[in-house]
Design a binder for this molecule. Structure first.
Ligand code: NAP
Length: 319
């Protein structure tokens, strides 16, 4: 099989496509033919060696993917599935998985869309409903709504009856956020956008770049508001008095901390959301496995527009 192999941490070019032996499944393992795999920011942090938990070298990157089952207990060969991780890395034509990492993918969802499900939609669901206990009628600000987690949060929140405010920094991104269901959109690169937001007094903020926005977030929230820190790329000074005067709650989140029970809820909700057409992942840019370095650069350069996805098969018609 073809797979990306990383022999050293560093620049995107450390990702090399190589011929590797096909993985051989054990009795309790599922072998999946991967058709598409999503690129998440964490893949970039890991590949560059700047992450708390690094894999042993050499490794094959990738957590999110979609494809069909080749063999494994509990699955018909050919069954369409999305992956929530794997044992061998998803940037490859084949991935070996534990059964709990493999989930049904409805016919109506393409493999490319399925490659952007687990981390973005799982994170957004956990933030909104399991950490912040979002309620219908509340107002949520998705601060960074044009990327993978943001688009998922907008769709979940709109369907759950919240008033949704979303931000992006480009016209295509703002248009996407509006089309996904946000009631109001704001450009987080425009001067003065916070003044407009302050008038709308969100009860809840999902924050994708806390090192830039956290202090402002605390000043925007309605009394008893909550902010969930999903992404942060550095330090920030905040005035803790904001939390006192407004009875505010600051919540952190890592998808990796989800309990098995929460994981069950997340996957049940994703499945129902896809089947009922509440969720429809938007794929912004697609690349081949060989173009993985360009895909990693695309994720980090801003101007997000949905998910960045790698096609692992040479036949686009299968995606
Ligand atoms: P992504 O697809 O690259 O999207 C990044 C988003 O952040 C885009 O909407 C981008 O908007 C927005 N952004 C950029 N500058 C911003 C600013 N100054 N203020 C507000 N938003 C800004 O990434 P993602 O997959 O959605 O992930 C978002 C963040 O969450 C990343 O830092 C990621 O590492 C983190 N994350 C954490 C977890 C967890 O378990 N805690 C899980 C998944 C992701 P424009 O490009 O339009 O400017």
């Amino acid at each position: 099989m073809r797979a990306i192999v990383v022999n050293e941490f560093g620049e995107p070019e450390v990702m090399k496509v190589q011929e590797r032996p096909d993985p051989v499944p054990g009795p309790d393992q599922v072998l999946v033919e991967v058709h598409a795999t999503g690129v998440n920011p964490v893949d970039i942090y890991i590949r560059s060696g700047k992450y708390g938990r690094l894999p042993q070298l050499p490794y094959t990157p990738g957590t999110d993917a979609a494809g069909v089952v080749r063999s494994g207990p509990g699955f018909e060969p050919g069954a369409r599935v999305y992956l929530a991780g794997s044992l061998t890395g998803t940037c490859a034509e084949l991935a070996l998985c534990a059964p709990e990492q493999v989930h049904p993918l409805p016919e109506s969802t393409s493999f490319e869309q399925g490659a952007g499900l687990y981390v973005p939609y799982g994170t957004a669901y956990r933030a909104l409903f399991l950490r912040a206990h979002a309620r219908p009628g509340e107002t949520v600000l998705v601060h960074g709504a044009s990327g993978g987690v943001g688009q998922a949060a907008v769709q979940w929140a709109r369907a759950a009856g919240l008033t949704v405010l979303g931000t992006a920094s480009t016209e295509p991104g703002l248009d996407l956020v509006r089309r996904l269901g946000a009631h109001h959109v704001f450009n987080h690169a425009a001067p003065g956008y916070l003044d407009e937001l302050r008038a709308l007094r969100p009860n809840l903020i999902l924050e994708m770049l806390a090192n830039v926005n956290l202090e402002n977030d605390l000043s925007l929230l309605a009394p008893r508001g909550r902010v969930v820190v999903i992404g942060s790329r550095g330090k920030i000074e905040i005035d803790p008095r904001w939390t006192m005067t407004g009875d505010l709650t600051l919540l952190g989140l890592s998808l990796a901390n989800a309990s098995p029970e929460e994981m069950g809820q997340i996957h049940a909700a994703i499945r129902a959301g896809l089947e009922c057409a509440i969720l429809s992942p938007v794929v912004g840019k697609t690349f081949s496995l060989e173009e993985a370095p360009a895909a990693h650069r695309a994720v980090m350069q801003g101007g997000a527009f949905g998910k960045v996805v790698l096609r692992t098969t040479s036949s686009p018609a299968r995606c």
